[in-house]
Design a protein around this ligand. Structure first.
Ligand code: SAM
Ligand code: SF4
Length: 360
């Protein structure tokens, strides 16, 4: 991996999505909707957002076509469906089935994941599993119903827990739990979550709060960094040993020794993770690219630039033309998001869209 940009722009359609800094895309995040049934404080304003009109969303066939190009022509190996809340798409099972029919260069089914708030997951999990879904990440910020309702602005914790249990029963594994490390109630929330996730066999990852929510709600000084999250867990008695970032994935992991949780009940040994996008960015290892629900490519969550694939696709572009547009967009991926880099603050401009509209 080189940190030096090369200036030669690819002319022919490449067989991989490469950028100027030597990175290769293997992981595609597809947002299937910008709508949501929660209003998490760090993600959306209380009144919601102006949703995209239905005709602007990519159809199942359009998602399937772009995913086919990504997997069969551009070397993508993993696809994660996200949103907004992806379970709000009634045709999500059809989308998963279409992705599941694809084959990577190595002849394998792509790994298909879903990031969801878990509402209604119990009813959908068997069908999604049968369609070819491999794994789920469920967002649960708190296990106390009042804290959960305060953070998501909806009193739905029981429904979410039912959803995760349904996913587990349907054989979706591993189950990962995402919790945003906002400071509100963290001293209580983090140990409760860690103990319960270890007991249930769920892999918990705290995510540092990124400036991608409603305008004006993020302050650099309020960011709870990985070290602070670990300090909270240690104060609550968790014995943690660093593992690092296996396979250069975003989550840094710690081994947790078996112990007793804040409720007095034991938990087994396991692991906990932190995604330190703000305090320890992993841009140099990033192998992701994103497709929004309305068919725009974003090379980075923080990207201010978007490349339209839906327009050319609906205007009749053939596969080669779409591949060229995609490869050109990938080539111009910035070196880093620049959010925390005092040497290059000008490289960071908050994107026009917020998290739910990008696809987290
Ligand atoms: N609705 C689904 C969910 O909540 O899992 C999928 C979309 S959501 C945008 C994807 C992930 O982004 C969630 O785990 C959520 O907690 C996280 N997220 C949203 N806003 C964030 C922010 N400002 N900083 C860090 N993570 C955020
Ligand atoms: Fe909805 Fe997910 Fe954003 Fe929460 S984080 S408001 S569940 S899109």
């Amino acid at each position: 991996m080189s940190a030096q940009a090369t200036t030669v722009v690819p002319t022919a359609v490449p067989e991989q999505l490469l950028d100027r800094f030597g990175r290769t895309v293997r992981d595609l995040r597809v947002s299937v909707t910008d709508r949501c049934n929660l209003r998490c404080t760090y993600c959306m304003p209380a009144h919601g957002l102006a949703w995209l009109p239905g005709p602007q969303l990519l159809t199942v066939a359009e998602i399937a076509r772009l995913a086919r190009l990504a997997v069969e022509r551009l070397g993508v190996e993993r696809i994660r469906l996200t949103g907004g809340e992806p379970l709000l798409r009634r045709d999500l099972e059809q989308i998963v089935a279409a992705l599941s029919a694809l084959r990577t260069r190595a002849g394998a089914k792509p790994d298909i994941g879903l990031t969801t708030n878990g509402l209604g997951l119990d009813k959908r999990a068997p069908g999604l599993r049968a369609a070819g879904l491999d794994r789920v990440n469920v967002s649960i910020d708190a296990l106390d119903p009042r804290q959960y309702a305060a953070l998501t602005r909806r009193d739905r914790l029981d429904d979410v827990l039912r959803g995760v249990a349904g996913a587990q029963a349907a054989g979706l594994a591993p189950i990962k739990v995402n919790a945003v490390a906002v400071p509100e109630g963290l001293e209580e929330r983090a140990p409760q979550l860690a103990a319960e996730c270890l007991r249930r066999g769920w892999q918990l990852r705290f995510i540092e709060h990124m400036p991608l929510g409603p305008r004006g709600t993020w302050k650099a000084n309020d960011v709870v960094g990985a070290e602070q999250v670990l300090a909270v867990l240690r104060r609550a008695g968790f014995a943690l040993t660093p593992v690092g970032r296996p396979d250069r994935r975003p989550a840094a992991l710690w081994e947790v020794a078996a112990g007793t949780g804040p409720d007095g009940a034991d938990y087994p040994a396991g692991r906990v993770g932190v995604i330190a996008s703000v305090t320890a960015p992993f841009c140099a290892d990033c192998d992701r690219t994103r497709l929004t629900a309305d068919g725009r490519l974003l090379t980075c969550l923080f990207s201010a630039a978007e490349t339209d694939l839906r327009g050319p696709m609906r205007a009749g572009a053939d596969d080669e033309e779409l591949l060229r547009i995609w490869a050109d967009s990938a080539w111009h991926k910035p070196r880093a998001h620049g959010m925390n880099d005092p040497r290059s603050p000008s490289e960071f401009t908050a994107p026009a869209r917020t998290m739910s509209a990008i696809g987290g």
